[in-house]
Design a protein around this ligand. Structure first.
Ligand SMILES: NC(=O)c1ccc[n+]([C@@H]2O[C@H](COP(=O)([O-])OP(=O)(O)OC[C@H]3O[C@@H](n4cnc5c(N)ncnc54)[C@H](OP(=O)(O)O)[C@@H]3O)[C@@H](O)[C@H]2O)c1
Length: 188
C-alpha cells in the first residue's frame, strides 16, 4: 500500500536529487562544474527538453536551509513555484514564493502541504532527504545520475534509513548521458 493510501491523502512526495555515479550530491568545495554537460552524446537517448512538462507539474518544492542558501548564490532554480525551506534559524525572506518551516516534518507533510499541493518535490540536501526517508515520508525516489565518479563529497544516502526495498517505475536515458531512475514504494 502506498503512503498516500495509508494516510488517505492524494499528494505524493518525490525525492529528486542529482547524483554522481558514486552517490555524491555535492563536492566538499561546493563547486558544481561536475553537473555540466560533458558534450558527449548518447545517441539512443532522449532530449533533455522532454523533462519540461515534468517540471511544470510540480506544485511545491521542499528544501533544507543549506540547499536554499546555495541556490540563492547560484541563481534561483525554482521559479515562482511555492517553496518551503526547513530551518530552525530566522532566515531573511528573499522571495514571495518562499516560506520557512521549523518543527515536525510529518506534520508539515500531512497537515500543511498535503491539503494544498498534490505533487510535492523534496529536492535536497542530503540531511533533509535523510530525515524524510527515516520518517517514511517519501513516496517516490527520482535520481538523475551524472556519468562521473567524484570520489569524495556529500553522500545522499548516508544514515538515511534501515533496509527497505523500492520498486523500479521508470528509466530514462538522456542524450547527455544522464540516466534518470524512478522508484516507487512496493505495491505488495
Ligand atoms: N545534487 C543535488 O541534486 C543537490 C540537491 C540539493 C542540494 N545539493 C547540495 O547539498 C548541499 C546541502 O546539503 P546538506 O545535506 O548539507 O544540507 P540541507 O539538507 O540542504 O540543509 C540542512 C539544514 O536544513 C535544516 N534541516 C534539515 N533537516 C531538518 C530537520 N529534520 N528538522 C529541522 N531542520 C532541518 C537545518 O537548517 P538550520 O541549520 O538552518 O536549522 C539543517 O542545517 C549543498 O552543497 C547543495 O548545493 C545538491
Amino acid at each position: 500500500m502506498s503512503r498516500g493510501a495509508m494516510t488517505a491523502r492524494k499528494s505524493t512526495v518525490t525525492l529528486h536529487m542529482v547524483s554522481s555515479l558514486d552517490g555524491i550530491i555535492a563536492k566538499k568545495d561546493n563547486s558544481v562544474s561536475w553537473l555540466d554537460d560533458s558534450g558527449d552524446v548518447y545517441e539512443k537517448g532522449v532530449s533533455d527538453d522532454s523533462e519540461e512538462d515534468v517540471v511544470k507539474a510540480i506544485d511545491c518544492f521542499v528544501l533544507g536551509s543549506r540547499t536554499y542558501e546555495h541556490a540563492l548564490q547560484l541563481g534561483w532554480p525554482y521559479g515562482d513555484t511555492p517553496t518551503v525551506v526547513i530551518t530552525n534559524r530566522e532566515l531573511p525572506s528573499t522571495r514571495k514564493s518562499v516560506e520557512f518551516y521549523s518543527g515536525d516534518l510529518k506534520r508539515l507533510v500531512d497537515e500543511i502541504l498535503a491539503p494544498r499541493y498534490g505533487n510535492i518535490w523534496l529536492v535536497g540536501g542530503a540531511m533533509l532527504c535523510q530525515s524524510f526517508l527515516r520518517l517514511g515520508l517519501v513516496d517516490e525516489i527520482r535520481l538523475s545520475i551524472i556519468p562521473v565518479l567524484l570520489g569524495d563529497g556529500l553522500r545522499l544516502f548516508d544514515n538515511s534509513s534501515t533496509e527497505k526495498r523500492w520498486r523500479l517505475k521508470n528509466v530514462i536515458a538522456f542524450k547527455s548521458g544522464v540516466v534518470e531512475l524512478s522508484y516507487g514504494l512496493p505495491i505488495h
